[in-house]
Write a protein that binds this ligand. Structure first.
Ligand code: SAM
Length: 378
């Protein structure tokens, strides 16, 4: 069985790896932004990977090597490619991650590997090749926004790009392009990420539940993935607006969509028991907390209600945090939603959940959000 290489977005390598683990289970990490999966690329795989928000490239795995002996690297890559290439044109592309590897020039690599592979049955075509050989010069990463403590040795990694896969784009569905827009609208990449993090390897969720749906930023992404949608909000303006947005996004799909005006405190009564559900939301805080309700209390209500609806579900959410949390030191008790994280975690546990993932994301200079994924304690 051939293996598959995924190249992650540079925006948040730790969350890229968490996302792939949630979707596929075990991964081998070659570089903070490059992971190897045992799976081969088929329709089921392409379907699954289309749920990922942070994948930049998808390759049939060729190999990887350490060290900086230029000619032996060229030989290793071209020997592998000669065995793989069927008749057809090809191009060699390269990518440098971080500071690269030793003195190796990626342009020289492209040229030398191309020269070794070039033949009558495998001509070079840089514009529209049948095969794209991708060489990743994977070095140390510096000055990243989201701190990553993953240790690795710089290496050269290669493979052949899968043609039937396109990186997620969100053309036409950015918040301001939807019929109903408010500044609280979550952007599609983050929404998709929260949904993928709520997956479990062995399972594809059927029911998507957001008790704070607002304009439906997260629900739209779940709808596109074919889930049935159960969303609610206490604000009637949002309920009206999200209906507009979901009708606009459904675009001929057959998903079940239910939208209700309801407090988070009543959603278990509203929806009743529902197996195979995920709860994905960004709870209100500050000015969009409803009247005098405290955002944190509403978050805890969501935890309690979710367990009543589906005792095997997953919660994926984002809570506001100070920018100091971006240091991501596991020993520091950062303030999340105005309280020390240790207190919040204790309360999460008391409500029957365990924290599976906690990872800060930068919003702007002085604000971060803590992405949190919880699984039931039992
Ligand atoms: C941060 S916004 C959610 C934004 C949404 N993800 C989007 O993309 O538009 C939080 C939402 O929670 C709603 N809300 C506030 N208090 C609530 C409560 N007690 N029960 C249910 N919804 C509530 C607000 O009306 C607001 O729409």
């Amino acid at each position: 069985m051939s293996r598959t290489l995924l190249l992650g977005s540079g925006w948040h390598p730790p969350l890229f790896r968490s996302e792939i683990k949630a979707l596929f289970g075990e991964i081998e990490v070659l570089h903070p932004r490059v992971v190897l999966l045992e799976d081969s690329i088929d329709e089921t795989f392409l379907n699954r990977i289309s749920r990922a928000a942070l994948v930049d490239d998808l390759l049939y795995f060729g190999g990887y090597c350490y060290g900086s002996d230029f000619s032996s690297i060229v030989d290793e890559i071209s020997d592998w490619c000669k065995e793989q290439l069927s008749p057809g044109s090809f191009a060699v592309r390269s990518k440098k991650l971080g500071s690269g590897v030793g003195n190796i020039s990626r342009r020289d690599l492209e040229k030398e590997v191309g020269a070794k592979l070039f033949s009558e049955i495998n001509p070079v075509n840089l514009h529209n090749p049948d095969f794209e050989i991708v060489i990743i010069v994977a070095g140390e990463v510096e000055g990243e926004v989201h701190r990553d403590s993953f240790q690795f040795d710089p290496c050269i990694i290669w493979g052949i790009r899968e043609k039937n896969w396109d990186k997620s784009d969100y053309l036409g569905r950015q918040p301001m392009e939807r019929p109903f827009f408010k500044p609280i609208s979550l952007e599609p990449r983050l929404a998709k990420l929260l949904i993928s993090l709520a997956h479990k390897e062995e399972n594809t969720p059927q029911n998507f539940i957001d008790p704070f749906c607002g304009t439906g930023g997260i629900a739209i992404e779940a709808l596109i993935q074919g889930m049935d949608i159960f969303v609610s909000d206490l604000d009637p303006t949002m309920v009206h607006g999200v209906k507009k947005n979901l009708s606009w996004a459904i675009d001929g799909r057959q998903n079940l969509i239910r939208v209700e005006k309801c407090s988070v405190k009543d959603i278990a009564n509203l929806w009743g028991p529902k197996e195979n559900s995920i709860f994905v939301f960004d709870p209100p805080y500050g000015r969009n907390a409803w009247k005098s309700d405290d955002g944190l209390e509403l978050f805890f209500s969501a935890l309690e209600q979710a367990l009543k609806i589906d005792g095997n579900s997953v919660i994926s959410t984002m809570l506001p945090a100070g920018s100091e949390s971006l240091e991501n030191n596991p020993d520091t008790d950062y303030i999340v939603m105005g309280h020390p994280w240790s207190e919040i975690e204790k309360q999460i546990n008391q409500r029957g959940w365990r924290v599976n993932l906690r990872s800060p994301v930068k919003v702007h200079k002085s604000l971060a959000r803590m992405v949190i994924v919880c699984h039931p304690l039992h």
